[in-house]
Design a protein around this ligand. Structure first.
Ligand code: FES
Ligand code: MG
Length: 587
């Protein structure tokens, strides 16, 4: 079975340096491991723990890692659990986006500097998954992704209602004066009924589905609700599988190929996945040395249909999705229709096509068949502008109301024109949104800037701005929005977002003023401020409002090195490193 000396053995058993070997061993003995275990030549498996008391979305992993470790032992490996930098989307201020690259860098350093031969990355809440796969790409250590799973179903008035859906609804009710602050909290708490991450097809569930689609997680693991027994059973299977990956030396560089990433883009359309996935997937590609850009998202993903009837694009939640068979059902539908590369290798050691050959058929309600989808052409449009080089709009969440108001027909790619009202950051938006002198009506586009990777910093989920209270009371629940920030993957807002370059980096948004007309032409993939060339050039001399002060040393490093969202929000210098664990550091 064993065909080579493992990386860890240069710590545990260096015949040329028995003194160092003893030094490395002795501290592991102090909690009861034995030299026999450590020197047995078994693969040493790291288990990256993303759960803690400050990451409630991932806290289920305090239990799952024990079952992963059991699986590792049962397959003949030796498990060592270590912490990763916490990434809690809903709590970390100013935004957990600051920490994706920090967690990534931390994982790379741990995997490079410690005696580990393979790793299970526990994941869940939004940024844990991309940080883990980025680290897998850079280190090229045999790697498996294990999601903590979504919360069980939550309900509002008897209907499935996920955390994001409830939050947006509760905000509207509170803005309309129909509920008070205590009722607001009760509504929100009702949408978080168990351990687990967001139960909608938000960024967490989307990214874990994409991890599975890329071949980095065991089939069927993405959507198992956190408290279900299957979660523990698949944790055990994952522990066993990673030992086999090490024995077979099956590394991420063989799994993370352009074919696998294009598969992920197509799957993101079929599941109604998050607008945060493009920057994350591009970041993974860059760290893996694979060409992938924003245009690939439209070219590969736009024309495909939406199959998964989950919020925010549809009706159901992660638990329902899992009962209906989860991602393998979707993969087989896309594969049968000729829209996936079934030859892509996965962590099972088999191809994607082989993994899902026996998947169940769509139930027709929660997962639709390819030939009778929930919506046609459900991917992202990639837009260009005199305000930015690229931005996204998620077409699957454009509501009927919005289509009727701004577009001529379902699926129409149309033109409409609005008057811009510009906010400099979310504080400015909250301070002035109800200011009647701004003249916000249904022909207004709400614009927010200063929210990109440098400006915010790290890019805020703030573009999904709701209309002023007066419009909400009149039944207008959404306006066109535009910004250089992101929005929550749980949001159903038809925003134009991730505009790059951001205003703080001198992007065209910095020249826009309240009162300017903005024309949206979805057919031409254009969004343009209608301002004379002369005036536009004059405004180039305007200095955009200064972004908030840099508050921590990390923010300073981050702002100095981060690239724009359309290239993944990566550190360029980090993208040059490959196969960091093909070598062993000096003693
Ligand atoms: Fe953690 Fe949504 S806030 S998954
Ligand atoms: Mg989010």
């Amino acid at each position: 079975m064993k065909n080579r000396r493992y990386r860890s053995e240069s710590w545990w058993n260096d015949p040329e340096n028995p003194g160092m070997t003893a030094l490395y061993l002795e501290r592991f003995l102090n909690y009861g491991l034995t030299p026999e275990e450590l020197q047995s030549g078994r693969p040493i498996i790291g288990i990256a723990q993303c759960g803690s008391d400050i990451t409630p979305c991932n806290r289920i992993h305090l239990q799952t890692v024990a079952r992963i470790a059991d699986g590792v032992r049962d397959a003949g490996g030796l498990p060592l659990v270590f912490p990763m930098h916490p990434l809690q989307e809903s709590i970390r201020r100013p935004t957990a986006a600051l920490d994706r690259n920090l967690a990534y860098l931390g994982l790379v350093e741990i995997l490079h500097g410690y005696p580990l031969d393979g790793v299970v990355f526990t994941t869940g809440c939004d940024k844990t998954t991309p940080a883990a796969i980025m680290a897998a790409a850079t280190t090229d250590v045999p790697s498996l992704i294990f999601n903590g799973g979504p919360m069980i179903n939550s309900y509002l008035d008897g209907q499935p209602a996920g955390a994001g859906t409830v939050t947006w609804r509760a905000r509207q009710l509170r803005a309309a004066g129909e509920i008070d602050d205590a009722q607001f909290l009760q509504m929100l708490a009702g949408a978080a009924p168990s351990p687990g991450h967001c139960n909608t097809m938000g960024t967490a569930l989307s990214m874990n589905c994409l991890a599975e689609a890329m071949g980095m997680a065991l089939p069927g693991t993405a959507s198992i609700p956190a408290p279900w027994r299957e979660r523990g059973q698949m944790a055990h299977a994952t522990g066993k599988a990673v030992v086999r990956l090490v024995e077979e030396d099956l590394r991420p560089s063989r799994i993370l190929t352009r074919a696998a990433l294009l598969n992920a883009i197509r799957v993101n359309t079929a599941i109604g996945g998050s607008t945060n996935c493009p920057p994350h997937l591009i970041a993974i590609a860059r760290h893996a040395g694979i060409e992938l850009d924003m245009q690939d998202w439209e070219t590969e993903g736009y024309a495909l249909p939406l199959l998964v009837n989950c919020q925010p694009a549809g009706k159901y939640l992660g638990e329902d999705f899992h009962r209906a068979g989860g991602l393998p059902v979707v993969l087989r539908e896309l594969l049968t229709a000729g829209h996936l590369d079934g030859s892509a290798l996965t962590v099972t050691g088999r191809t994607l096509g082989e993994n899902v050959a026996a998947a169940p058929f769509p139930d027709g309600e929660i997962i639709k068949p390819f030939n009778a989808p929930l919506r046609e052409r459900a991917g992202f449009l990639v837009l260009q502008s005199n305000l930015f080089d690229s931005a996204l709009i998620k077409t699957s969440v454009i509501s009927e109301n919005f289509r009727l108001r701004y577009l001529s027909a379902p699926g129409a790619e149309d033109t409409f024109e609005c008057r811009a009202v510009v906010f400099d950051g979310p504080e400015d938006y909250h301070a002035r949104i109800n200011d009647a002198s701004l003249g916000i009506d249904e022909h207004t586009m709400l614009v927010v800037r200063g929210c990109g990777v440098i400006g915010f910093p790290a890019s805020g989920e703030v573009v999904n701005m709701q209309p002023p209270d007066a419009l909400l009371r009149a039944g207008i629940t959404e306006l066109p929005t535009l910004g250089d920030g992101r929005q929550s993957g749980t949001s159903a807002s038809p925003s134009i977002l991730n505009a790059s370059p951001e205003s703080a980096a001198g992007g065209g948004l910095s020249r826009l003023r309240t009162g300017d007309r903005v024309r949206v032409d979805l057919r031409a993939r254009r969004v343009d401020a209608i301002v004379s060339e002369e005036e536009w050039q004059r405004r180039a001399l305007d200095v955009p409002p200064a972004p908030p002060a840099t508050a921590t040393p990390w923010q300073q490093l981050y702002r100095a090195h981060v690239g724009q969202l359309d290239t993944g929000g990566c550190f360029d210098f980090a993208c040059a490193y490959r196969g960091v664990c093909h070598t062993v550091p000096r003693h």
